[in-house]
Design a protein around this ligand. Structure first.
Ligand SMILES: CC(C)(COP(=O)(O)OP(=O)(O)OC[C@H]1O[C@@H](n2cnc3c(N)ncnc32)[C@H](O)[C@@H]1OP(=O)(O)O)[C@@H](O)C(=O)NCCC(=O)NCCS
Length: 225
């Protein structure tokens, strides 16, 4: 694994690719929608927050804690969502998956494709043994998706998060490399490109937890219980 470069991974209709400053407006469109962020954290209020998010993503990659891609439609390279493998533990060879898609793109199977590619990359290229997912028990689209992908329900944690003033429970899922049906993951890893130069964060950051990589240090509205 090359921790200075994020590979682009092609699936059939979408690509997982590095996000850059050119994608700030598209990322902001996803992350500023309260419906999309309902179970992940406070929605963004200013496009500059999306810029700061990019900085966080690069820093977490360099610390080997998180690999994060934008999800782009292959037809026009437009960013429609994101997927991350975060909370990486390279000793235990495990990580957690987080994902969001713009509201206009739900119900088309794009995220299923994107997660198959990300999981395939995590297991086959990064050598992970286990991928975890933490979802709100009311988040039925997310639960349907995880279970379709083969994730097993492993636990229920009460009032684990405080998001926008609301206590939220966690349904915890796990998927093992040895259980994963790799034949369903049709993806192609492309040669890597240089990462953008590291930008300095303009925000004072506070360490808190989150269901989304790159979010924990940015949001004041999400606190791990
Ligand atoms: C969770 C989330 C990504 C699920 O999005 P989604 O579009 O339902 O997920 P999928 O890509 O798996 O699409 C499946 C749906 O597309 C439909 N579909 C249409 N064409 C399809 C195709 N070619 N292949 C597969 N499914 C297709 C399926 O029937 C299914 O619809 P259904 O659930 O009504 O039966 C989305 O709701 C989201 O971004 N939510 C906000 C962020 C969030 O909660 N993230 C999770 C935090 S843990």
């Amino acid at each position: 694994m090359d921790w200075q470069h994020i590979p682009t991974v092609h699936a059939a209709r979408v690509s997982l690719r590095p996000v850059t400053e050119r994608d700030i407006d598209a990322l902001y469109a996803v992350f500023s929608d309260p419906e999309v962020m309902r179970y992940s954290g406070s929605s963004m209020k200013d496009p500059l927050e999306a810029k700061d998010f990019l900085t966080e993503v690069l820093e977490e990659l360099r610390r080997r804690q998180c690999i994060q891609w934008g999800i782009a439609r292959r037809a026009d390279d437009q960013i429609i969502g994101h997927v991350a493998i975060f909370n990486l533990d390279l000793v235990a060879r495990k990580g957690e998956i987080g994902f969001s898609l713009g509201r206009a793109y739900w119900g088309m199977g794009y995220m299923q494709e994107a997660l198959q590619a990300a999981i395939g990359y995590g297991f086959n290229e990064m050598g992970l043994r286990r991928i975890e997912a933490d979802t709100d028990p009311r988040n039925l689209p997310s639960i349907r998706l995880l279970e379709r992908l083969g994730f097993q329900k492993e636990g229920y944690l009460r009032e684990r998060w405080l998001i926008a003033g609301e206590s939220q429970d966690s349904l915890f899922y796990g998927l093992l490399n040895k259980e994963w049906n790799s034949s369903v993951a049709v993806y192609q890893v492309m040669p890597t490109a240089d990462l953008p130069t590291e930008a300095r964060s303009r925000f004072k950051l506070r360490v808190v937890g989150s269901r989304v990589c790159g979010w924990g240090r940015r949001l004041l509205g999400v606190v791990s219980a």
